[in-house]
Design a protein around this ligand. Structure first.
Ligand code: PLP
Length: 383
């Protein structure tokens, strides 16, 4: 049976299993060998070549979920992203990249690209016209991130993919926030999908990993470069990731449903000034999100009313934890003005909507009534 015929939960559970031929166990055995037979074998296996049994199998699950042929897994999201950038960009080339970008990716571009002589332009906005305006004669790649962090802006995936094709450029997307359960950008013509698997794919806040998914041809090109950089994931963690991904669709669907309910609840709350969630009709790109997402995701941000500081609110929460990261089964919050955007001045932050009242919310799988009760008591206790 072809993988593409399977339903999403079947892909999560079964595609990419390593069959236990020897003992017929229910789960994939872990192959921790770093040393494999060299003579008379079809595949010369070595972990850094991405071809140990666990690595080779798990990528099938990721490729199937992203509606494409191939994938590679890495030691972190940044290892995946840097391998992708440094495969398709060389000295003298130019990258067009969305201005609202994950902080680590933005630092990588600003700090490392100049050393390699790679040029880049951060767009002024996230309309297709902003990407078009940034294209140079030496542009090779357009990289987007949607929904974005922390204000959940939506970029037109199909529009950017078409723009890239019209200019003979490659296009790539950071699909971490949506996960393949809520968004499959290859369907809209994007060439390369990147994930911080540390987030939804792992989903339990205990794995650092990354992934790229694309056609076999593009994955082959990335492979040639990535094996030189050596940012592989240990096979033990590969196995943990496979185990986590069995429940990916189950988790993300519950998280998405919770997020939608909480967004509506917060939107009506007198202590909340604004909610940023693509699932709300009032979101400026709600229609676009509806067109390109299977679900609106489980990330949102909201602004407390004037006088209520996000950090004080955060400290009152009892069930919902404060966390730098996101996408675990547990609900977490952070204050972007103290974390991702701490290095900006207050003025710079205000200009891009990162106020001291803004809270980023990664919604977990907990019972919705308990999440609401926690938010309610926290708001009551800071006022
Ligand atoms: C966390 C994150 C990354 C970086 O991934 P690491 O696994 O920390 O290297 C990239 N993009 C987004 C959107 C992220 O949330």
């Amino acid at each position: 049976m072809k993988h593409s015929k399977f339903g999403i939960n079947t892909i999560c559970t079964h595609v990419g299993e390593v069959t236990d031929e020897q003992f017929k166990g229910a789960v994939s055995p872990i192959y921790l060998s770093t040393s494999y037979e060299f003579e008379g074998v079809d595949v010369k296996r070595y972990p850094r070549y991405f071809n140990t049994p666990n690595q080779e199998h798990l990528v099938k699950k990721i490729a199937a979920l992203e509606h494409t042929e191939g994938a590679l897994i890495f030691g972190s999201g940044m290892a995946a992203l840097s391998a992708m950038f440094l495969t398709f960009l060389k000295s003298g080339d130019h990258l067009v990249v969305q201005n609202t970008l994950y902080g680590g990716a933005s630092h990588f571009i600003r700090e490392e690209f100049p050393k390699y002589g790679i040029e880049f332009t951060f767009t002024d906005g996230y309309d297709v016209s902003d990407f078009e305006a940034a294209i140079q004669p030496n542009t090779k790649l357009i990289h987007i991130e949607t929904p974005s962090n922390p204000l959940l802006t939506i970029t037109d995936i199909e529009g950017v993919a078409k723009l890239a094709k019209a200019h003979n450029l490659l296009s790539s997307i950071d699909n971490t926030f949506a996960s393949p359960i809520n968004q499959t950008p290859i369907d809209f013509g994007i060439d390369i999908v990147m994930h911080s698997a540390t987030k939804y794919l792992g989903g339990h806040s205990d794995i650092l990993a990354g992934a790229l998914a694309a056609s076999d041809e593009l994955i082959g090109e990335i492979w040639h470069v990535a094996k030189n950089f050596g940012g592989n994931l240990s096979d033990f963690t590969v196995w943990m990731l496979e185990r986590s991904m069995k429940t990916l669709a189950l988790r993300v669907k519950v998280q998405t449903k919770n997020a939608r309910k909480l967004a509506k609840y917060l939107d009506k709350h007198p202590d909340v000034k604004q909610v940023y969630y693509p699932g709300l009709k009032a979101h400026p790109q709600h229609k676009l999100a509806k067109k390109q997402m299977h679900g609106f995701g489980a990330m949102m941000s909201f602004v407390l009313r004037d006088g209520l500081e996000s950090l004080k609110f955060q400290k009152q929460l009892q069930l919902i934890k404060s966390s730098m990261s996101l996408a675990g089964v547990e609900s977490t919050v952070l204050s972007p003005y103290l974390t991702s955007h701490a290095l900006l001045t207050q003025e710079e932050r205000d200009a891009i909507g990162i106020s001291n009242q803004l809270i980023r919310f990664s919604v977990g799988i907990e019972s919705i009534k308990d999440l609401k009760a926690d938010i309610e008591q926290a708001l009551k206790n800071i006022t």
